[in-house]
Write a protein that binds this ligand. Structure first.
Ligand SMILES: [Fe+2]
Ligand SMILES: [Fe+2]
Length: 240
């Protein structure tokens, strides 16, 4: 009998766009995916480093703008700010982890500078005027991140990419076993990305059609689909 870890991360249905705003967010995501696939191909370590520098931006922008909105309106933020800032910190830790695995070349460092300058400002304006679309865009980015890390795992499993010991910073952050490897790190990161995907889809749904009386973030997180860890736990981690 072969043991198969039950996980919903790579099989979770990808969310079809429901309206024009969703289709624009989805189209942008697919366009950026094409450029990433073309530029990085199967250099997953480099891909992770460069794209994580971008992934850590939306949570900080969204957290900051919700913080400012809470101050302006003198209203509670319904727990959204902390969730978004936590997402930014989590993405930054992905970067701190992968920089120990792959070092970007000079051109990639230039791309990071360029991308941060463009993306921070573009996302700031998008979130300011169209927060629902901004969250949907991030959710689609995260769907792609889950797919990319699944491909990274496949490369490691096929022996085409080295599977060195996990960096100490990753072992400490995710509380991994002392002998954990890069594969364990990629699994943990993919789990995080699936969580961001669900949170951002839930935030976009909550913002659809209403600007006030938003649900508390904990209610949204409670109604999000179960994570792979929960699925594994309920399935006893093993399927036939
Ligand atoms: Fe990430
Ligand atoms: Fe992410």
């Amino acid at each position: 009998m072969t043991l198969t870890i039950v996980t919903d991360n790579d099989q979770a249905p990808r969310r079809p766009p429901a309206d024009m705003a969703d289709r624009i967010a989805y189209g942008m995501t697919r366009g950026l995916r094409f450029f990433a696939d073309t530029f990085f191909a199967k250099r997953y370590g480099h891909r992770a480093v460069v794209l994580e520098t971008v992934a850590a931006v939306p949570g900080m922008v969204g957290g900051m703008l919700n913080h400012l909105k809470s101050l302006r309106r003198m209203q509670d933020d319904r727990g959204w700010i902390k969730v978004l800032l936590d997402e930014a910190e989590n993405e930054r830790m992905h970067l701190m982890t992968f920089i120990a695995v792959a070092q970007p070349n000079a051109f990639e460092r230039f791309l990071v500078l360029l991308a941060q300058g463009l993306f921070f400002n573009a996302f700031f304006v998008l979130y300011l005027f169209f927060p629902r679309t901004a969250h949907r865009l991030v959710a689609y980015f995260e769907e792609e991140a889950v797919v990319s890390y699944t491909s990274y795992l496949a490369e490691i499993d096929a022996g085409r990419t080295l599977n060195p010991p996990a960096p100490p910073i990753a072992i400490e952050y995710w509380k991994l076993a002392p002998d954990a490897t890069l594969r364990d790190v990629v699994l943990a990161v993919r789990e995080d990305e699936a969580g961001h995907r669900d949170v951002n889809h839930a935030f976009a749904d909550a913002l659809a059609g209403r600007r006030t009386d938003l649900p508390h973030a904990t209610e949204l997180l409670a109604s999000a689909p179960p994570t792979a860890a929960a699925v594994e736990a309920s399935a006893g981690r093993v399927a036939a």
